[in-house]
Design a protein around this ligand. Structure first.
Ligand code: UDP
Ligand code: MG
Length: 160
């Protein structure tokens, strides 16, 4: 069976995740699931970039606080690749508010806050394409073989 088509999605470990030293814990969850890290950097995100990223929320009451929070310290910017990567990442993140998110999810296990909810993940393949282009320049998202792919996608031919 050939390896199915892959999606690539944009994930941010937000300033609370970096500040609380949860980067390794959060990244490990995505890696253990079988998603491949194809882009990774630490960046203190500027307000201009964040306003473009969160443009859909511009009219919302929480928007000014969101931009303030997200520009308050560095974030880890990730491009993660895998089958159904967009929805898999959203599932691993959990519901938006920590107080509602299920145990076992990142937001459910590590927080209670509405705003400081540790992670962002693109909500559709279209959003992922738009957001990846915002946060990564040419050559910053890499194609390379995923060593454990045979186990993750039951490609028997790759196990021998
Ligand atoms: N947010 C907030 N208050 C709200 C709703 C959202 O502070 O009432 C923040 C929160 O950090 C959230 C981000 O705004 O992650 C974007 O909101 P969205 O509804 O897109 O949630 P997400 O896609 O991150 O689950
Ligand atoms: Mg969203």
């Amino acid at each position: 069976m050939p390896v199915p088509p892959m999606q690539t999605t944009l994930v941010l470990v937000k300033p609370d995740g970096v500040g609380r030293a949860l980067v390794g814990e959060i990244l490990a969850r995505f890696e253990r699931k079988g998603l491949q890290v194809v882009g990774l950097k630490l960046a203190h995100l500027g307000k201009d970039l964040l306003e473009r990223h969160y443009g859909e929320h511009k009219a919302k009451s929480f928007y000014p606080g969101l931009i303030q929070f997200m520009s308050s310290g560095p974030s880890v910017v990730l491009a993660l690749r895998g089958l159904n990567a967009v929805s898999i990442v959203r599932g691993l993140m959990g519901k938006t508010f920590g107080k509602d998110a299920a145990p076992g999810t990142i937001r459910g296990d590590f927080g209670i806050s509405d705003s400081f909810n540790l992670v962002h993940g693109s909500d559709s393949p279209e959003s992922a394409a738009r957001e990846l282009a915002l946060f990564f320049g040419p050559g910053e998202v890499l194609d390379y073989p995923q060593g454990n792919r045979g186990w993750i996608y039951d490609v028997a031919a790759e196990l021998s």
